[in-house]
Design a protein around this ligand. Structure first.
Ligand SMILES: Nc1ncnc2c1ncn2[C@@H]1O[C@H](COP(=O)(O)OP(=O)(O)OP(=O)(O)O)[C@@H](O)[C@H]1O
Ligand SMILES: [Mg+2]
Length: 249
């Protein structure tokens, strides 16, 4: 349980060939980071997992289930098992933080109002936002809103969580807290995570494995030390954040 596989994925938008044969397996309970330049296709790749995009070629598996050709409705149960924290997470501005987190609980779990609220508070506690539960999204910046979106994504106890840039726009302490939560979900709950990130501190802090997308394919798929010791100048340019180098922008 908890395995993800992308097999030979191709995806173009018009004449723009974003993914050109991506093969990637994420093992159960693993924290896999996807890195790569802006526009490399990181968000595009993960959207295939929950049917927000369909590949032009290739297959996508969750465990043994081939989800490639599922109908939109058949993705509903998949989206409960595989939660996504979007890059630009959206909360409902007219609802308090706790009401935002209660939404999926109310929709899917059939609990009483009190039980729903308790569960939502428990998830807010995971991200350190419980004391603001009755405030509204407009009172907070992007970082804190993102933490609430993470709490909301965890309400149905998903087996897989996709975090699209979870620490971007967050202060370093909150970022460390999010990193710790991602590791906790993996180590103690058995969640399989894909984390898209540019945050070198997160990448080299918590990744079990790193996959780097470049020009539509995986340039390197390996451990932290594989990346640190890689002699590929493009890998080095990226992980060192060098402005000059062989990488085509
Ligand atoms: N629905 C779409 N229609 C057309 N083009 C798209 C669509 N979604 C993504 N693209 C294009 O695909 C390319 C890859 O986009 P993607 O969002 O995956 O980049 P990314 O690697 O996540 O970058 P970033 O780090 O900036 O988030 C971009 O050129 C983008 O404009
Ligand atoms: Mg993206």
């Amino acid at each position: 349980m908890g395995r993800i596989e992308f097999r030979d994925i191709y995806k173009s938008f018009g004449s723009k060939h974003v993914l050109r044969g991506v093969d990637l397996v994420v093992d159960p309970g693993e924290v896999l980071f996807i890195i790569g330049q802006s526009g490399a296709g990181k968000s595009v790749l993960v959207k295939h997992l929950i049917g927000l995009l369909r590949p032009d070629r290739g297959r996508v598996f969750l465990d043994d289930l081939d989800v490639t050709d599922l109908k939109e409705k058949e993705f509903y149960p998949i989206r409960k098992r595989c939660a996504m924290v979007f890059q630009n997470s959206t909360l409902f501005d007219s609802m308090s933080l706790v009401e935002n987190v209660i939404l999926p609980i109310r929709k899917h779990l059939g609990l009483t109002d009190e039980e729903s609220r308790d569960l939502a508070m428990e998830k807010l506690r995971l991200v350190g936002m419980q004391r603001y539960s009755d405030r509204y999204p407009a009172d907070f910046g992007d970082g804190m809103r993102k933490k609430v979106a993470i709490a909301r994504a965890l309400t149905l106890d998903p087996e897989y969580v996709i975090f699209d840039e979870p620490t971007t726009g967050i202060d370093p302490i909150s970022a460390a807290m999010v990193d710790k939560l991602i590791r906790h979900l993996s180590d103690n709950v058995g969640v399989t995570s894909i984390v898209i990130s540019h945050d070198l501190r997160s990448i080299f802090g918590i990744a079990d494995r790193i996959a780097m997308l470049y020009q539509g394919k995986l340039l390197l798929d390996g451990s932290q030390s594989d990346f640190k010791t890689s002699e590929d100048p493009i890998v080095q340019q990226f992980i060192q954040g060098l402005p000059e180098g062989p990488m085509e922008v």
